[in-house]
Write a protein that binds this ligand. Sequence first.
Ligand code: ME8
Length: 512
Amino acid sequence: MSKNYYITTPIYYPSAKPHMGHAYSSIVADFFARFKKIQGFNVFFLTGTDEHGQKIQRAAEKKQMDPLTFCNELSKTFKDLTKTLNLSNTDFIRTTENRHKKSVINLWNILEKKKEIYLSKYAGWYSVSDEAFYSEDEVENKDGLKVSKLSGSNVEWVEEESYFFKLSKWQEPLLNFYSENPNFILPESRKNEVLSFVKSGLKDLSVSRKSFSWGIKVPSNKDHVIYVWLDALTNYISALNYPNENADLYKKFWPATIHLIGKDILRFHAVYWPAFLLAANIKPPKRVYGHGWILSGEEKMSKSKGNILDPIEIINNYGIDPLRYYLIKEVSFGNDGNISKEKLENCINSDLANNYGNLCQRVISFNEKNSNLKIPEKDKFIENDLKVLDIFKSNHKNLINYIDNQDLNSYMNFIIDRLFSANKYFNDQEPWNKKSDLKRLNTIQYVSFELIRKITIMLYPIIPESSLKVLKIFGIDEDKIDFNSITNNDYLKPNTKIKKINILFKKIENND
Ligand code: ME8
């Protein structure tokens, strides 16, 4: 089994500042990246910005800036956000970088040489907001405007000379590819959407634009810029040093394990991208996962709708770990999810402060009073101890499967159950009533510390900063975290000193 894991987020348009939807994709990708790292994989985690195309050109014009200066400013806010969100990304790619342009031009040349691209004329609808071509049956009239039925964004009529990619030719090979790789598109409901789109017939795809200039020029015809999606999708291989297919990174990490994206851009990733790659004789990625949307009220949170919850403001008020925990726990992965400050506050109070934080504080203060901040010697475990400890071992494989199938919800439920059961164990065992039986008192403490250690390792991919504080109690540094050690019931060495920690999560007082 390959021990390499390559995960990507979409590269975001720096047409405005990042919002909660962007933060969500990045946080979830970071969760998977961190998990695989502590499972012992070599992880390459890529994110970045998608800087060409008409959308960016218009946004720059509106600010009366040249597009590159505009992108430099806004791309920086996305790069800064990777730090604020505490992402463990290996690289941050910008499509205006030379390494990327080289890669796109190479891919284009291959497609042209293989006669997968031809010159013709496009006459049809185009949405600048989605950077997408829509057919007549994909648009409708709304309040006197033509809009896309899929995204609701405005479309405009475009008639211009254009290069076309022979997408129609790839309909059958794509359908074969999907059936040979049944988990290529997840979740299942999205796969069905894609299958019915492809089965309904693929038309050749316009892959260049002539009426504006902000993009990578078609190498053989400088009047055209390469369609921004062909440009953008290539980022996933440019970051691995494509076209150098002998480069270490490329050999190790391509095909990607997973492109994590929002469901809005599924067609580009699950249809166009594998078709371009198959046509160029490059292996498609192993998986495309289209997650749901963060909603505000009933609507998708988006720049153009102006209903944005600002991640920076939330982080400044509550901290990054509460936000990460909340988004991962409360938005049922794969589905749309409504988020609100009120629900975030409840989640901080109940899960983080009362359940997890309290467990850590209780066990440490009990230890301070009774064992002088040292891991106590344990006696033989009794059935009650083994019941709470062994469940990690008996679920170890399941947990890895959850992650490999992006079943974040089951992983999260397992943690929440363990938190409840650890607190219950400490209550039920009543170590404070065992002063006359020191062996038992010590064993209860030992088990409780093991539970904290195991749960904290599982929480690390979700709330890395707080988990590291807790693991410091036991002297475990970040590079020593090993997911597989959750199966071990006597990892902690008796008599080693433990460190006290400050309150992990402050309860939010409700002033209403
Ligand atoms: O589409 N809920 O960039 P983009 C959840 N540049 N996720 C959301 C979201 C929401 N309300 N809003 C945005 C692009 N996202 C292209 C991608 S990739 C080769 C090129 C997330 O800035 C989600 O991942 O419009 C979505 O797919 C992505 O941001 C779109 O970001």
